[in-house]
Ligand binder design. Structure first.
Ligand SMILES: [Zn+2]
Length: 357
């Protein structure tokens, strides 16, 4: 039904010559590392929830429980289901036949982020090693445009980001892990103090600090392209800590809501900003214990999801595309939203036409 709806609407739009003028001037991208589509669209997983090996705090997990799946997903991801679902689009609910996949066969982080940003599932990018990426990414492509030069910032929890996005070559600002925030700004200086005194329990900067650093940077320096790369969902899933995995996902939904609310009060961003939220890879599910893991040996770990909202994206809610979408399509779609045409170094990827008709 939804499919018919979209095709009809797009036919009407093009037949009437009413193709809207592009409104996006800023883009915010957020990734939740290894966040499963199963929880994004279905809420807390009842089988993992009752397994004491993974869920150590049943009362804590119960706050995400509800009588049906729609209620459960809203409790876990309130911003996704109250705001993005109403004003934007969500892809990847395989329960309704909406498929988004990794095109790369590796189903882990560096190959996934490479695919998102370079539009090319490179077989040479097949490890998480800190090697500078040879492929041109869409952020560095955008940074070559006069209007965007120096107006792109990346805040990441994982310290591989300067390599994934090849910060020395691309020239974009990448602040990763416990990188010092070298700014003459009192709030950013305070974040430095907090991160240096942080106990480093996960071995990485907490996602909350990555977020607050990004938020304060937006207030002070107003980048046109902002990318926030969270990591805790993957860390806690590997550790088999289902409560922490859910709590981080829920908190990150709240951080996205907080950022969206803030930018609505800023004239540079209001009604001119597209938000894209996605992940690098999925995790196992068919064999339930594999929810902790991902990679080439786990068949369903290549199943991912995308959420989008912005002034150029029709509010279709959950979308069921006629064909499987791939992660590599995000790079040209990000460029197209700014009126730019990004061609990957190798291969080919079409834009996701329902996001930007
Ligand atoms: Zn992982």
């Amino acid at each position: 039904m939804r499919q018919v709806h979209i095709v009809l609407l797009m036919t009407i739009l093009s037949a009437s010559g009413m193709a809207q003028t592009r409104k996006t001037e800023n883009i915010i991208i957020v990734t939740l590392d290894g966040m499963r589509w199963q929880e994004v669209f279905g809420g807390i997983d009842s089988a993992i929830m009752v397994n004491r090996r993974y869920t150590h705090d049943s009362a804590g997990a119960a706050r995400y429980w509800g009588s049906d799946m729609l209620e459960r997903r809203k409790k876990l991801f309130p911003f996704f289901w109250n705001t993005i679902a109403a004003q934007g689009q969500l892809y990847g609910n395989r329960n309704i036949g909406s498929n988004v996949d990794n095109a790369n066969p590796y189903k882990f982080s560096y190959p996934g982020y490479n695919e998102i940003f370079t539009g090319y599932p490179d077989s040479a990018v097949n490890s998480n090693d800190k090697i500078y990426n040879k492929n041109t990414n869409v952020l560095e492509f955008i940074n070559k445009e006069k209007n965007y030069k120096g107006k792109i910032a990346v805040f990441a929890t994982w310290d591989a980001y300067p390599y994934i996005l090849n910060a020395p070559r691309s020239g974009i600002y990448v602040n990763a892990d416990y990188d010092t925030l070298q700014f003459h700004n009192e709030n950013l200086k305070l974040i430095n103090d907090i991160q240096f005194l942080d106990p480093r329990n996960t071995g990485e900067r907490p996602d909350l600090l990555t977020y607050i650093a990004a938020r304060e940077y937006v207030k002070a320096y107003k980048p046109k392209i902002l990318y926030i790369a969270f990591d805790e969902t993957d860390d806690y899933a590997h550790a088999g800590e289902y409560n922490h995995y859910l709590n981080s996902a829920h908190a990150e939904d709240g951080m996205i809501a907080d950022l969206w609310k803030m930018i609505q009060l800023m004239p540079q961003y209001r009604d001119k900003t597209t938000l894209i939220v996605t992940c690098d890879h999925g995790r196992g599910d068919k064999i339930k214990d594999q929810w902790k893991s991902h990679g080439q040996d786990i068949a369903d770990a290549g199943h991912i999801w995308i959420a989008v909202m912005g002034p150029d994206t029709p509010p279709f809610g959950e979308v069921k595309p006629s064909e499987t979408l791939f992660q590599k399509q995000l790079a040209p779609t990000i460029a197209a939203l700014l009126g730019l045409h990004f061609v990957p170094d190798h291969g080919n990827a079409a834009i996701i036409s329902t996001i930007f008709p």
